[in-house]
Design a protein around this ligand. Structure first.
Ligand code: ZN
Length: 235
């Protein structure tokens, strides 16, 4: 069983009726619904309003892959929780950052750059697979489209990815490295750009397939109990 924790700041869905109509159970609820039908996955959700943001040491120890959606409340996540997430990723926990999670504290800590990009509301996107042999691309067509999506464009200030699995092309002519992977310590990290809250992106079958594949790809291999430390060897 792959133990998945879906973290969502869970604010826009309650604040804006148009977003709440797309995600009546929250973005985390939508992602949970399509992941929990997978026989090899066990799903838990966590939100900002929960004690410790729902990400206690106990929860993270029991999480193989953490999925993160956040936008307007990145600064409400405590530094302590962000450090805790980083520690678990270095030990081997997988991390999947979705859409505006490019600026979330744990991802910025893990990757070390500004993670800034260019953006504009109201566009359409075609996602092109640039690495069809990658496990995250399994079973997907070489391209698929999202009729409505917020534009995220280059330059995207990220460290050089291990793999770019998808490139997004927007009808305004912008392009973006939409699906990128890194490893940090023993942890696998995937950032996936689609998922603006005003559009039903997480109801899309291709997007759901990408996230399912990413969970399986990011699960820990030889996870450590504590981050790796220098080892003195015989004299
Ligand atoms: Zn957005």
């Amino acid at each position: 069983m792959i133990k998945v924790t879906i973290w969502n700041e869970y604010i826009h869905e309650k604040e804006y009726p148009n977003v709440g109509a797309i995600y009546p159970n929250g973005i985390h609820g939508c992602i949970k619904a399509f992941l929990e039908t997978e026989e090899d996955m066990q799903i838990r959700t966590a939100t900002l309003e929960m004690p410790e943001g729902g990400l206690s040491e106990e929860v993270l120890k029991d999480t193989d892959v953490l999925i993160w959606w956040g936008h307007c409340a990145h600064d409400k996540v405590s530094d302590e929780i962000a450090e805790r997430v980083k520690k678990h990723v270095l030990c081997g926990m997988g991390f999947i950052g979705l859409h505006s999670a490019h600026l979330c504290k744990p991802l910025k800590l893990l990757l070390g750059t500004s993670m800034c990009l260019r953006w504009r509301h109201g566009d359409s996107e075609i996602l092109k697979c640039t690495n069809p042999a990658h496990p995250i691309a399994e079973g997907l067509a070489e391209g698929f489209s999202l009729p409505k999506e917020e534009m995220y464009g280059e330059f995207f200030d990220i460290p050089k990815p291990d793999d770019v699995v998808f490139i997004g092309w927007f009808s305004s002519g912008e392009v973006f490295r939409s699906g990128c992977t890194w490893t940090r310590g023993r942890g696998k990290i995937f950032y996936f750009q689609p998922g603006h809250e005003e559009y039903p992106i997480y109801h899309d079958a291709n997007i759901q397939k990408v996230i399912k594949n990413a969970v399986r790809w990011a699960k820990p291999v030889n996870r450590l109990d504590a981050p790796y430390e220098c080892v003195k060897v015989g004299e």
